[in-house]
Design a protein around this ligand. Structure first.
Ligand code: ADP
Length: 541
């Protein structure tokens, strides 16, 4: 039988990087190049003459060997994947090409195989597939909307702007929203998950592909603009709370996240994630309404406690009005009416009427049900207004009040009526504590101070019994009270008001050697340059 390859062929095959070997029709190896020895770990002295399938423990990955062999005989050629055991006992995946060698009469005399190792490539492919499967599952299963956007058409537009000398893109986008719109029309949705279709669409995924312009209301287009600016600046992401629009035109509040990974940007792709916040916003709104209601109920209940003082406050000017009116009448009824005295009485009546009006306005503002209105406030003024409410109550309970207010305090940002409510509450608590304990000395100090130019502090110090051991941690709990008719909502409401204004409130025993309690709250100080009455940007809520 003639040899399956010529010596010239053998010389060429020796130089191949691929493993080349030749077997005769019985399957015995007749040629074995160096690359075969390297790939399979068998030297040519072992391989030559050995039965190929036995030596290499060959397994066809996809078809049975008999079928493969039949095809080789029919076509003269076969290509596919094989698994083989090396001399070191490792299985390798090989991409093999077989060609049938024939003699001059056309009889098959052997099979020439070239092959190369694809084990690591296969392994990488398997990992890649598994991770793609995992991420696709994640992409689909998450209760958040994910989009893949193609912005390749935007690149040339940005380059054109830069070439035209536009360097401050952010300012340019703000001044030219139509440019941002044009960019959005050039940005395409190429993929999105099922949640996106539920949130934005009408059930048809393909309807949602295409330009992203439709999903952005005018007020949110700068979010897109900032994504462009940040991705160009090499920042990793842009995260904002914004509003977006469904295909049906319904707008909703959402958390928007865009990721600018280098690989994606190089491919002209960005990933965005959108989380619907509308339920959260509604719940927050309902909570705010409840808190406002609760604060209102508590205010009205304080007014109830102060009803004797309020009656007294209003009765006083009314009594004066009556007295001045009678005196005026008497001056008029004289045989020679004294008009100067009458005028004097009338001026007093007007003053007293004004006093009554002020008292009623003050009480009305406390009694009104209204949403909180944050303003720049001078805390000292609010303290003085609040003490007008408690003035009669303190005198009735023989409480000596000392006010120690810091001069030139910076303003704070809060709701005036709510702040008054807090101060009245704290002063009333102190007065009640001293009255209940029957303290012989009843001294109350209301003090304001500026701390480190950053915080304004108000302190209310009393000479009452202080806080009983073990109760410190409970005082701000809802419905905690030690009073027979107490509701236990005063301090929790004070805390929610102070915390909503960015502050902190504490109640403890005095640490200045004097008995009694000290309650203090701090609020962030606004910059001194913010003269009251001038506009001030809203603090983030
Ligand atoms: P209420 O006044 O209805 O009891 P609060 O929430 O205002 O509700 O107060 C809760 C409790 O905190 C009071 O019952 C009292 O025990 C305690 N407390 C508040 N202020 C003082 C104070 N100045 N001195 C001593 N105890 C106080």
């Amino acid at each position: 039988m003639s040899p399956p390859i010529t010596p010239a062929e053998a010389e060429v095959f020796e130089r191949f990087h691929d493993a080349v070997f030749v077997r005769d029709m019985e399957g015995n190896i007749r040629f074995w190049n160096c690359a075969s020895a390297k790939l399979y770990g068998w030297p040519s002295c072992t391989a030559l003459g050995a039965h190929a399938r036995t030596l290499l423990q060959c397994r066809h990955e996809k078809e049975h060997y008999d079928a493969v062999h039949a095809r080789l005989l029919a076509d003269g050629y076969w290509e596919g994947e094989l698994s083989r055991l090396t001399g070191t006992g490792i299985r390798r995946l090989v991409n093999a090409r077989w060609s049938l060698r024939r003699d001059a009469s056309g009889q098959p005399i052997g099979v020439l195989e070239t092959g190369y190792d694809i084990s690591s490539a296969k392994e990488t492919e398997r990992h890649l597939k598994a991770s793609e499967y995992r991420y696709r599952n994640l992409f689909q299963a998450m209760a958040a909307s994910f989009w893949e956007l193609d912005f390749t058409a935007v690149g040339p537009k940005i380059r054109a702007l830069l070439d035209a000398g536009v360097h401050d893109l952010e300012a340019h986008f703000l001044a030219h929203p139509e440019v941002v719109r044009d960019f959005m029309q050039s940005t395409q949705v190429v993929d999105l998950n099922d949640h996106s279709v539920r949130l934005f669409g009408r059930g048809d995924r393909t309807e949602m592909l295409g330009n992203i312009d439709r999903y952005w209301p005018d007020e949110s287009i700068q979010v897109y603009a900032r994504c462009v600016v940040k991705s160009l600046a090499g920042q990793p992401d842009n995260i904002e709370v914004t509003r977006m629009r469904t295909l049906e035109g319904k707008e909703f509040e959402c958390l928007f996240t865009a990721c600018f990974s280098k690989e994606n940007i190089a491919r002209g792709v960005i990933l965005i994630g959108i989380i619907d916040l509308s339920e959260l916003v509604e719940a927050r709104h309902a909570l705010e309404i409840m808190q406002t209601e609760l604060a209102h109920v508590a205010r009205v209940s304080i007014l109830g406690e102060l009803s004797a003082s309020i009656t007294h406050e209003i009765n006083q000017p009314l009594t004066s009005i009556s007295t001045y009116a009678q005196a005026g009448l008497r001056w008029l009824q004289r045989p020679e009416p004294d008009l100067r005295e009458v005028e004097n009485a009338l001026v007093q009546i007007v003053d007293e009427a004004q006093r009554t009006d002020d008292v009623i306005t003050r009480i009305r503002s406390m009694a009104l049900r209204r949403p909180a209105q944050e303003r720049d406030l001078a805390l000292n003024e609010v303290i003085q207004d609040s003490l007008k409410f408690t003035d009669h109550e303190l005198r009735k309970n023989s409480v000596r009040l000392t006010t120690d207010l810091a001069t030139s305090l910076p303003p704070v940002r809060a709701d005036r009526v709510l702040m008054q409510q807090v101060i009245v509450n704290l002063v009333m608590n102190a007065a009640q504590a001293m009255a209940c304990a029957n303290s012989s000395t009843r001294e109350l100090t209301v003090r304001s101070a500026l701390l480190d130019a950053r915080e304004v502090r108000l302190e209310v110090l009393d000479s009452g019994p202080g806080i009983a051991p073990g109760l410190e941690g409970k005082l701000f709990d809802s419905f905690f009270t030690t009073k027979a008719t107490g509701m236990g909502m005063g301090l929790p409401i004070c805390r929610s008001i102070i915390e909503a204004a960015g502050g902190v409130i504490q109640l403890a025993n005095r640490d200045d050697g004097k008995g009694g309690a000290r309650v203090a709250f701090t609020l962030p100080a606004l910059p001194q340059s913010n003269a009251l009455g001038r506009g001030f940007p809203h603090a983030p809520s």
